[in-house]
Design a protein around this ligand. Structure first.
Ligand code: CA
Ligand code: CA
Length: 182
């Protein structure tokens, strides 16, 4: 049986396990303290604020207490993840036309205006397109008001560890060498 290396690579890629997961914040540690953590699919999210504000679970959302205009809050991940969508909740309604900004450690920042119609009802879903391997996200606000935005239902997939990827690569190269000899 002949099997091309490309076909093999495709098989390996499609058979590589993926563990789509969601941060729902239904089970957390540190609620009401400056450092809140939660773990899904083996990846621990740690949330803190530059204002040293308490991090809370409010209406099922991860949200800090209200923080000042220049303050930020952020989450870090214990290993890289790909994020495809998340919900935001505007706990303090502002309609100044300034932006909430979600800046990933790698990829393009996503923004939404505080007076966006998508925030009517206080909750919007955002869909980053290139957050394929992020180890953190920082939330900031471009306006001059105190603000409070929370996040929930962060859909993600853990990025395969490089050791797994390189092991697959070594396997493919070994197989290629073996096929050249045979
Ligand atoms: Ca939730
Ligand atoms: Ca608003």
């Amino acid at each position: 049986m002949k099997i091309s290396l490309c076909a093999l690579a495709a098989i390996l890629a499609t058979s590589a396990p993926t563990f789509a997961a969601v941060y729902t914040f239904s089970s957390t540690a540190g609620n009401g303290t400056p450092v809140l953590t939660t773990t899904e699919s083996g990846v621990t999210l740690t949330a803190t604020s530059s204002a040293l504000s308490d991090m809370n679970i409010s209406s099922g959302f991860l949200a800090p207490s209200q923080i000042g205009a220049g303050a930020t809050w952020s989450m870090t991940f214990s290993s890289p993840i790909a994020i495809t969508s998340f919900q935001i909740g505007e706990f303090t309604n502002i309609s100044d036309g300034a932006n909430y900004v979600f800046t990933p450690s790698s990829g393009t920042a996503v923004t939404i205006a505080d007076n966006s119609s998508a925030l009517a009802g206080a909750v919007a879903t955002l869909n980053p397109t290139d957050w394929t391997s992020v180890t953190g996200v920082t939330l900031s606000y471009t306006g001059s008001s105190n603000w409070r935005v929370g996040m929930d239902n962060i859909n993600f997939t853990p990025v395969p560890e490089s050791s797994t990827v390189s092991a697959l690569g070594v396997f493919a190269l070994t197989l290629a060498a073996w096929r050249r000899r045979s």
